[in-house]
Design a protein around this ligand. Structure first.
Ligand SMILES: *Cc1c(COP(=O)(O)O)cnc(C)c1O
Length: 386
């Protein structure tokens, strides 16, 4: 136990706090990955993942943070001559361009300001104007902006055009009802450390048959590589042989985290995230602070991005909340750094009472930094919104 640890409440944009039960799973003896018992654990984890993803497609677990899964999708699918429609409404959408360049594809872009969401009609127009597009990449919840893109409408349009979809649902899966199969997701990448409140370090991915076909049909399919999705499909799913030493302890923890999501029930889990996010926004507005998203309709249930008041430095605000009150929240990332702060409410922390704690620390810290605050106004509005 690190007694110097100051954060009593990690209300970050992820990784978030794990539950006691997940922590206990992490303390179990380390499995040898070919222990026959571990095969059962691994299969059960995949079954639970399918249930939480609400998909019938294959699911795989790649070893490395969620970004590995996003890069692997590019590495395994794109080749010289391909055109990708990349949708950019924030830092992660913009970042996908690196992979498009690195793996030799060309790109077409639909871009909106980082406090807005992509309009499906613009996607339709872009696909009509560029019939050469083979792939579409989109971020569901742009965590650094606290915004949501309408992925259901977007991917439905893409499928009508015969375009393969790669969806970054890293922070949205587990916060709201997502249907990868009905909505036309071909590759959907999720992180364990966001809404599932498991430790970081894995990429959880659903893959459609169409996506497997594209990967296998490549001039040179990517195999025997840490970036290969096919290795997991062909070696584990088809031949029951692990391509690599499995991160067994991380899988055990993930399974325990998923079990808790399923025991609570998906509708209940989604409702808890919605309630927490709504309470948080009500509290922020009652404090007279602005929300970063252009409208509440596109606010993400995973975190609330808000604007510090004029004259209050966001770094000083976060430092005060942390040092004095033990509440850790996030700043912006990349182009949103310095412009906003984010209160995360995912997993265990998606609880209006934790949100009330974050708002209480926010109020008091604003006061400490010389901003006029009526104590209880933010917390009260959050409670009233329940
Ligand atoms: C957190 C996050 C990522 C990156 O996940 P890592 O596990 O840190 O690699 C990618 N996209 C979105 C939308 C995220 O929120």
């Amino acid at each position: 136990m690190d007694t110097r640890r100051k954060a009593h409440f990690t209300m970050s944009a992820g990784p978030v706090e794990a539950t006691e039960r997940t922590l206990r799973a992490l303390s179990q003896p380390v499995y040898y990955h070919y222990d026959p018992q571990f095969a059962e654990v691994f299969d059960d984890t995949l079954a639970k993942l399918k249930a939480v993803f609400q998909t019938q497609q294959d699911v795989i677990i790649m070893q490395g943070e969620a970004l590995l899964g996003l890069e692997a999708a590019a590495a395994c699918c794109f080749q010289e001559g391909d055109t990708v429609l990349n949708l950019v409404s924030g830092v992660y959408g913009a970042g996908y361009q690196y992979y498009i360049d690195l793996y030799g594809a060309r790109s077409v872009e639909v871009r909106v300001p980082y406090n807005a969401a992509v309009d499906p009609e613009d996607v339709e127009r872009a696909l009509r104007a560029h019939p050469e597009v083979r792939f579409l990449t989109v971020v569901h919840s742009e965590t650094p902006s606290g915004t949501l893109n309408p992925v259901r409408e977007i991917c439905t349009i893409a499928k009508r055009h015969g375009v393969l979809t790669i969806v970054d649902a890293v922070s949205s899966m587990g916060t709201l009802d997502i249907r990868p199969d009905e909505w036309g997701f071909d590759i959907c990448v999720v992180g364990p450390q966001k809404a599932f409140a498991a430790p970081p370090g894995l990429a959880l991915i659903s893959v459609s048959d169409a996506a497997w076909q594209v990967m296998r049909g490549r001039r040179k399919p990517v195999r025997y590589s840490y970036l290969s999705m096919l290795d997991w499909k062909e070696q584990w799913l088809e031949q029951r042989h692990f391509p690599y030493t499995v991160f067994t302890s991380d899988v055990v923890a993930l399974r325990e985290a998923l079990a808790q999501v399923l025991e609570e029930g998906l509708p209940q889990v989604f409702a808890r995230h919605e309630r927490s996010a709504r309470a948080c926004r009500a509290g922020v507005k009652a404090l007279g602070l602005g929300l970063w998203p252009a409208s509440e309709a596109i606010a993400s249930p995973c975190c609330t991005a808000l604007l510090p008041p004029q004259g209050v430095d966001e770094k000083a605000l976060r430092a005060r909340m942390y040092e004095e009150y033990g509440v850790l929240i996030s700043g912006g990332v990349g182009d949103t750094a310095g412009k906003l702060v984010r209160i995360g409410h995912m997993g265990k922390m998606a609880d209006p009472m934790y949100v009330a704690v974050a708002l209480a620390a926010l109020e008091r810290s604003l006061f400490d930094l010389g901003h006029t605050v009526r104590f209880g106004s933010g917390v009260g509005a959050a409670l009233a919104a329940l």
